[in-house]
Design a protein around this ligand. Structure first.
Ligand SMILES: [Zn+2]
Length: 482
């Protein structure tokens, strides 16, 4: 799990390098360890880029005049005659959406046996409509399917009825796999929208517009909202939960991205508040389990039991060390370090259990109280001692609960991929965009934590949603990988 998160973070740089032709040895090595689908996408995008560049060279005079027009790169062809008048349809004309692809690879018929409303027999009619859906297959080939939908008449209901085409959302012209793959690239991996277009674009006959992608992701997020709600419920009900927050840009303002995570759940919330209001939205009331956080005071009111991250505390000691050489500080820092190290070592003993080492734990607790309650002249020692007093019961919780860690690494790892996305995509421009982002990131991350292939899971859930009319439950942890 650890490796997969770091992998996602590195993918961004790899894709950019590959597309710019700057992939170095070490990056190629890393690329080779990624998901098959992603490797293929990067290679195809790179191949297309090469063809494009060769096309440009050809235009400079290297192209064989005997090459048939159809095999020539478009760059070498003369420019089309200049368009007369304004682009776009005349006023009053019907609007146009995504153009229908020229090629049809397969045809499918859809016809109801019985009326979906009353179950009665239907009178066969000759009414049909066709719908073209373009999608990416598992091997990344694209397939254009023309669906013929029969509309028959139900005498009981006195209306025409037609079956649902489960391959794409109503009125959508791209299939589930394309929607799921593009959303995973963007929200799961951190690839920017223009890079998603570039990676997938070469596969498609028709252009994937950024507006079309965003609209598809919004519909997807609306459908999967119940899973997002479920992830929050499960996180709130868990015995151990990590929390962390980081700055986020929302339409030019500073918002906060919150992350609540454990081994099987990862829930993101994008909110204008960095304090109580956001936590209240998530927790509603106090959390019953152990909450693992840094020393940010906003969490105080919500956790009955808490573990503050010891790595944060150790980092703080190092920071002070750099500017404070006073003997009192040195002695304080040395004692505190030794105390923390002793606690961590105790926990790491193979035979550790809170019962077996009860007296050792009591001794550690006593040392902490002594260190916290002593009087200090040094400003840093005094400030840190105050922090120890405030968090006396929140530093060694991991010795009472073996499933609690002494660091907040899990939440920090979970918050890293969106931070990478923040750098490439300037966070969100609207509250709706922020909500979509939070829903889809939570779902991708949680599916991954539970050992499921996010793509396959999303595609099959969308099929079920359209076939049965409701979303299947959020998958539990996979036995094979979990
Ligand atoms: Zn009927």
């Amino acid at each position: 799990m650890d490796a997969s998160i770091c992998k996602d973070a590195a993918v961004q740089a790899l894709i950019v390098s590959a597309l710019e032709g700057k992939l170095i040895d070490e990056q190629a090595e890393r690329l080779a360890q990624l998901d098959d689908a992603l490797i293929k996408l990067v290679l195809l995008a790179a191949a297309r880029r090469i063809a494009e560049l060769e096309g440009k060279l050809g235009a400079a005079g290297k192209i064989d005049p005997a090459t048939p027009s159809g095999q020539r790169p478009v760059y070498t062809k003369p420019a089309a005659p200049k368009r007369k008048g304004k682009p776009g349809a005349k006023k009053g004309h019907v609007g146009r959406s995504r153009p229908t692809p020229q090629r049809v690879d397969q045809r499918k018929e859809h016809r109801l046996d019985r009326c979906p409303c009353c179950g009665g027999e239907l009178q066969r009619c000759n009414r049909t409509r066709t719908r073209t859906i373009e999608d990416i297959l598992e091997d990344l080939r694209t397939v254009v399917t023309e669906h013929t939908v029969h509309r028959d008449y139900c005498p009981a209901c006195k209306k025409h009825v037609e079956p649902v085409v489960p391959d794409a959302l109503p009125n959508a012209k791209i299939g589930h796999r394309t929607v799921a793959l593009s959303a995973w690239l963007h929200y799961g991996v951190g690839v920017s929208i223009s890079q998603v277009q570039e990676l997938l674009g070469g596969q498609f006959q028709t252009h994937l517009s950024s507006g079309g992608l965003v609209a598809a992701w919004q519909r997807m997020a609306a459908i999967f909202e119940p899973w997002y709600v479920r992830i929050a419920e499960m996180a709130r009900a868990s015995a151990v939960l990590h929390a962390d927050e980081t700055g986020w840009r929302m339409n030019g303002q500073t918002w906060w991205l919150w992350c609540f995570a454990n081994r099987t759940c990862c829930y993101y919330l994008i909110d204008p508040s960095r304090g109580g209001p956001a936590l209240e939205k998530f927790f509603a009331e106090a959390f019953d389990g152990v909450l693992i956080t840094d020393f940010w005071p906003a969490y105080n009111a919500f956790a009955t039991e808490r573990q503050c991250c010891l790595v944060h505390l150790l980092r703080e000691l190092e920071k002070v060390d750099q500017h404070n050489g006073s003997a009192e500080w040195q002695a304080f820092a040395k004692k505190l370090r030794r105390l923390l190290r002793d606690g961590i070592r105790l926990r790491k003993r193979p035979d550790f259990s809170p019962q077996r080492y009860a007296s050792r734990i009591v001794r550690i607790d006593r040392r902490l109280r002594e260190l916290a309650e002593a009087a200090y002249v040094d400003a840093d020692a005094s400030r840190l001692a105050k922090r120890l007093r405030r968090h006396t019961d929140e530093l060694f919780t991991f010795l009472d609960h073996p499933d609690v860690t002494f660091d907040n690494n899990l939440a920090e790892r979970m918050i890293r991929p969106p931070v990478i996305l923040r750098k490439t995509s300037q966070s969100n421009r609207s509250e709706k965009g922020a909500a979509v982002q939070a829903v889809l990131m939570s779902i991708y991350r949680t599916l991954k934590l539970r050992g499921h292939n996010p793509l396959a899971t999303i595609v099959s859930a969308l099929l079920t949603y359209l076939t049965d009319g409701h979303l299947p439950p959020l998958p539990i942890e996979s036995v094979a990988d979990g």
